[in-house]
Structures are given as structure tokens and as C-alpha cells.
Design a binder for this molecule. Structure first.
Ligand code: NDP
Length: 282
């Protein structure tokens, strides 16, 4: 009789790993798929990142996620990058391909999946709050997917302008910068508004983004990347205006599904993953 006690291993390297619910969601998805795969959530400091990658290779890990603060630093430890990870300049998912570790980025792609489920984004006008890692990933994927224009609203001018240049030089979307030193009025012609800052993230759940929604109509889709709490002040205000909303759990589930697809080649059941997160954040 042949025995099968060796699991295929995936996982995550980050600091503050205890706050990350991804492990619960992915392990539920693996169980539902009936495969002998595991996901191990690891606390890894920047000085140990190189050894962590060597360890993963030595133990034949099939891949891993990396989160704060490793999304950029991981690149020098990898064997190559996928196209959008190269453009974004950050990696959140590493995939083993023929013994090589290749960096991909599913943050923006996961966000895009949730959005395209409810509207056709071709030719749409987008306003993005923030210019950090999540904003870079989301804006690059939206631009590559054919939105018409992207406004980047950011407090730090250099970071905001860098992102605008990146989008204008590498995609057909028209990108522009708004410095966030005042209450920014969201124009009526904006089709998609995205908060990709950390404003409102637990424990500072009472924070509000400094914008004015008075011109916004119900045609605007409003999304927030904050997974915890799923219903931010921005999403509450958008619902009151009759807007469709997308919360950060949607992005988390979809990028997890894409990670599982990269690693196993299988399609995970997103209902199982959502149920897991809903229990955690209930
Ligand atoms: P970064 O640190 O790279 O970027 C943070 C951004 O928030 C910057 O643009 C920063 O502006 C802005 N910001 C922070 N505080 C303020 C403030 N008080 N006023 C104005 N702007 C502010 O973080 P990430 O991009 O990596 O993460 C952003 C969020 O995305 C996090 O909450 C994270 O949880 C979420 N996320 C969610 C995912 C999901 O699957 N749901 C996946 C990945 C991330 P400035 O440049 O001026 O400092």
C-alpha cells in the first residue's frame, strides 16, 4: 500500500502575521478542494527574509504570499517577476515554476475581479485615494484592463506623482495627480472611487477619508481595500447615497483564489472562503 503523508506546502511571510486571516481562508479552501496542501503563516523579520526564502526552497514549498514589510524587499531574492508585478514594483505572491521562484502580484487582480463582477470597466473614470502598495497594484491593473482615466489623490506628493508617471508611461489610461491637502470633492463624472489608504483600518475605525461626496450619484461604484472592519465609514456613506459598494474582504478572497490558482492550478470555492472570513469578522 502506498502512503501519502507529505503535504504540498505554501504560506505567508510577514511581520504582524498574527493579524492576517489569510491562513484560515486558504486552509478552508484546500480542505474544500480535497487536496493535501497546507498554508503556514510565518512571522519573518526583514533581516530573516533571505533565510526564509532559502528555507522555503530547501523544503520544496510550492509558493508563498508576502505581506508588509516584504512586498518590495522580496524581489531581490526571487528568480524572476511576472509582467504586472514588474510594473507595480511589488510582489505579494511567489510561485514555484520548474524549481524557480517567480514573483506575481494578485492584489490588483483580486480587486479587479470583484469590480468586473458588477460592471464593465472599459472606458470608466476612476479616482483612487492613496499611492502606496495597494494603490499601485490596483491602478496598474485597472489601467491595463482599459479604464479611461485615473486620478491619484495622495498626501505625499512624490509618491503620488511617481505613480501617475508610471501609469502614463506604461499604459493607455490618462493619469493625473491631486495633492491631498484639502477636502477633495469627488466629481459627478467619477464612475469608480477606491480608498486604498490605511484610513479606517482597525483599530482606528472611527477615521474618515477627507473627501466630499455631495456630487456623487448612485452610478458611482465605491470600493474600500480595508478588510477590517469590512464596513468602513466611507462604505456606509456611499450606501447612503445609493452607490454599489465593494469591501476589502472581496479583494482578500479574490486575491486568495488567484494565489491558489497559481500554486495548484485549481479553482477554489469563493463561497467557502467568504464564509470563513465572515465568521472571523462577524
Ligand atoms: P502603504 O503604507 O503602502 O500606503 C498607505 C497609503 O495610505 C499611502 O498612500 C498613504 O499616504 C496613505 N495614508 C495613510 N494614512 C493617511 C492619512 N492619515 N491621510 C492621508 N493618507 C494617508 O500601505 P498599502 O498600500 O500596502 O496598504 C493600504 C491598505 O490596503 C491597508 O489598509 C491594507 O490593509 C489594505 N490592503 C488590503 C488588501 C485586501 O486584500 N483587502 C490587500 C492589500 C492591502 P502617503 O503616501 O501620503 O503617506
Amino acid at each position: 500500500m502506498s502512503l501519502h503523508f507529505l503535504s504540498s506546502i505554501t504560506g505567508s511571510f510577514s511581520q504582524g502575521a498574527a493579524e492576517n486571516p489569510t491562513v484560515a481562508m486558504i486552509e478552508d479552501a484546500y480542505k474544500d478542494l480535497g487536496i493535501n496542501w497546507r498554508y503556514v503563516n510565518c512571522e519573518v523579520s526583514p533581516s530573516n527574509l533571505s533565510n526564509a526564502v532559502k528555507g522555503a526552497k530547501a523544503m520544496n514549498w510550492k509558493g508563498f504570499n508576502c505581506s508588509v514589510p516584504h512586498k518590495v524587499a522580496i524581489i531581490e531574492h526571487l528568480d524572476g517577476l511576472g509582467d504586472s508585478a514588474k510594473l507595480i514594483g511589488a510582489v505579494n505572491t511567489v510561485v514555484e515554476r520548474n524549481g524557480l521562484y517567480i514573483g506575481e502580484n494578485t492584489d490588483g487582480k483580486g480587486f479587479l475581479t470583484g469590480l468586473t463582477d458588477i460592471l464593465d470597466i472599459k472606458g470608466k473614470r476612476v479616482l483612487i485615494l492613496g499611492a502606496g502598495g495597494a494603490a499601485r497594484a490596483i491602478s496598474v491593473e485597472l489601467a491595463l484592463a482599459g479604464v479611461e482615466s485615473i486620478g491619484i489623490v495622495n498626501r505625499n506628493v512624490d509618491r503620488g506623482r511617481d505613480l501617475v508617471s508610471l501609469l502614463n508611461q506604461n499604459t493607455s489610461a490618462k493619469a493625473y495627480f491631486i495633492q491631498w491637502d484639502h477636502t477633495v470633492a469627488v466629481e459627478q463624472n467619477i464612475d469608480i472611487l477606491v480608498n486604498s489608504t490605511t484610513i479606517g483600518l482597525y483599530p482606528r475605525t472611527d477615521q474618515h477619508v477627507n473627501i466630499n461626496l455631495s456630487l456623487v450619484g448612485s452610478h458611482t461604484v465605491v470600493a474600500d481595500v480595508i478588510p477590517n472592519p469590512p464596513e468602513t465609514n466611507l462604505l456606509k456613506a456611499a450606501k447612503e447615497k445609493g452607490c454599489q459598494t465593494i469591501n476589502g474582504l472581496e479583494m482578500l478572497v479574490n486575491q486568495g483564489r488567484l494565489g491558489i490558482r497559481y500554486w495548484t492550478g485549481l479553482e477554489a470555492n469563493t463561497d467557502v472562503m467568504k464564509a470563513c472570513l465572515n465568521t472571523i469578522f462577524a
